[in-house]
Ligand binder design. Structure first.
Ligand code: ADP
Ligand code: MG
Length: 239
């Protein structure tokens, strides 16, 4: 059974069709990347899945349960977590204490809080920084902190918004390793990412959005050769 199922999803902002009749399913324990040019609707899609925005039409199911129109905290409690590109940690707290907040307020409430916190830190390769104040972290380390916090909510589905943006090649490789480790732990990952080499390397599958419509869906090696995808990126007329 798929963990996430999106059917006929649309979102209009006044006259603009930001998401147009999009349907797809996500298999458990996979990494799927959503790619597409700026303004394609990638962040809007995340906002719809997390309940941050209500859709204009369509349905979203998580683990077979309809979540369309649910409040963001209810969706989070069911096991959907989002890692934001700009982490806003509590700067005066340590890394451990920041991640612990995810464990306290996550799915199933405050239980096994310290063990869950440690698991989040380990999966995000942050265990050796546990006692550091968040204020001392680099941009790359803050990204890991944000992923650790999201995982510590005991999420089954992690939505990661450009986790590699602005990272140097070493940091990018470390983040890719973390995403693989998260998948290996049984968590499903959906990624929005611009860095194409990373996307090609880590993804089991690519979904391509262009002007709100899904124009391709398949394995990276196939999708990257699709003339419509190439046209969307190069800005040439429809292939
Ligand atoms: P992407 O993340 O792929 O760059 P977005 O989902 O952010 O694209 O945006 C898709 C389109 O919807 C863009 O044209 C953007 O300007 C518009 N848009 C996004 N959010 C809003 C909003 N809250 N209100 C109005 N228009 C929005
Ligand atoms: Mg975006």
């Amino acid at each position: 059974m798929s963990i996430l199922s999106v059917h006929g999803l649309s979102k209009n902002f006044r006259g603009l069709a930001a998401i147009q009749n999009v349907s797809f399913t996500i298999e458990p324990r996979s990494i799927t990347s959503i790619i597409g040019p700026n303004g394609a609707g990638k962040s809007t899609l995340f906002n719809l899945i997390t309940g941050y925005l209500p859709p204009t039409a369509g349905e979203i199911q998580f683990k077979g349960k309809r979540i369309t129109g649910m409040a963001t905290n209810r969706i989070a409690e069911l096991g959907v977590a989002r890692a934001f590109q700009i982490a806003k940690p509590f700067r005066d707290l340590t890394v451990f204490e920041n991640v612990r907040i995810g464990a306290l307020f996550g799915k199933a409430g405050p239980r096994d809080v310290d063990a869950t916190t440690r698991r989040g830190l380990e999966l995000a390769a942050m265990a050796d920084l546990a006692d550091r104040p968040a204020s001392e972290l680099t941009v790359g380390q803050l990204r890991h902190l944000e992923v650790a916090r999201a995982i510590a909510t005991r999420a089954d589905l992690l939505l990661a918004d450009e986790p590699c943006a602005g990272l140097n090649p070493t940091e990018t490789a470390a983040m890719i390793d973390v995403l693989r480790q998260i998948r290996a732990s049984g968590i499903t990952v959906v990624l929005v990412e611009h860095d194409m080499p990373s996307v090609m390397e880590v993804s089991d599958r690519l979904l391509v959005l262009d002007a709100g419509a899904m124009i391709a869906d398949g394995p990276p090696a196939v999708v990257s050769k699709d003339p419509r995808v190439i046209a969307a990126y190069l800005g040439t007329p429809d292939a």
